[in-house]
Design a protein around this ligand. Sequence first.
Ligand code: CAA
Length: 297
Amino acid sequence: MTIKKVGVLGCGLMGSGIAQVSATAGFDVISLEVDEKFIERGFAGIRKSLAKLAEKGKLNEPVDAILARLKGTTRKEDLADCDIIVEAIIENLAEKRKMFAAIDPIVKPSAIFASNTSSISITETMTATRRADRFVGLHFFNPVPLMNLVEVARTIVTSPEVLETVIAFGKKLGKTPVRTNDMPGFIVNRLLVPYLMDAIRAFEEGVGSVSDIDASMKLGCGYPMGPFTLLDFVGLDTTYYISIVMFDEFKEKRFASPSLLKRMVLAGWHGKKSGKGFYDWSDPAAPAPQDAALRGL
Ligand code: CAA
């Protein structure tokens, strides 16, 4: 099975990153969005990221040569001859099933379907198609061009040949693929989500301030970012959603969302992208911890 052309569903933060690394690795890429303006926004991010990587001498060819392999479309028919489809649309099972059901009759039967979901059941998503044996989880990490891991999740019906093809694809993207089974959170979020939830609980209980807890994990454990910076970076809405799916599956407190996280999400404090989370990001070079507003009395 040879992969030459990659279709990416969604051109948001993750979708544009996946399109970028695929084009950089030499694949022809087509990104599907519902509206031209989302393609424009995603491709602008790709151009910026590639320019930064070029400046650091991390690309093997000129940016324009990479961009020439990248196309955007709003027509599902343009995905027909893709060898692999990587879905990175909204984290919502019904939406994902609807999208896969719509493209299944269009994309050639030999193509592999993959979902970049971080927590939604691959098994439940794949049954919207007639190619359950050619369906996997392919979970990238943010920022996609910099993070070297990709989780490859098999279901009980995934064909071994498909799994190996996707592992090889992950390697061609310059990532280190790890194998995992289709269980909510796969490997990384199984361990990361309880850690992030515990950091919020520790803050709620007054163990330390936002910046002291962050500094502790950075300097004491050598993590690149403290838990609150990472939460703001990943998105509080995203993390909240993942915790709900994982708690629903495992019914264990370690996956349960603390009250503070829910209140922040309801108030629209979604982290860096919304301007406010555990930090105020008005000045991204000097994020201001929000202890006073969050802990109040
Ligand atoms: N493309 C190109 N360059 C980028 C970039 C991108 N998308 N994003 C950042 N950079 C650049 C920065 O501009 C910066 O450039 P300069 O050195 O020229 O300023 C450079 O990369 C390094 O960035 P930082 O200065 O912020 O330095 P850093 O050493 O902290 O590296 C990081 C950044 C790799 C993101 C690092 O902080 C890190 O590893 N953080 C943890 C990230 C993480 O855990 N991600 C996983 C989240 S979980 C997830 O994604 C999955 C899920 O299901 C929730």
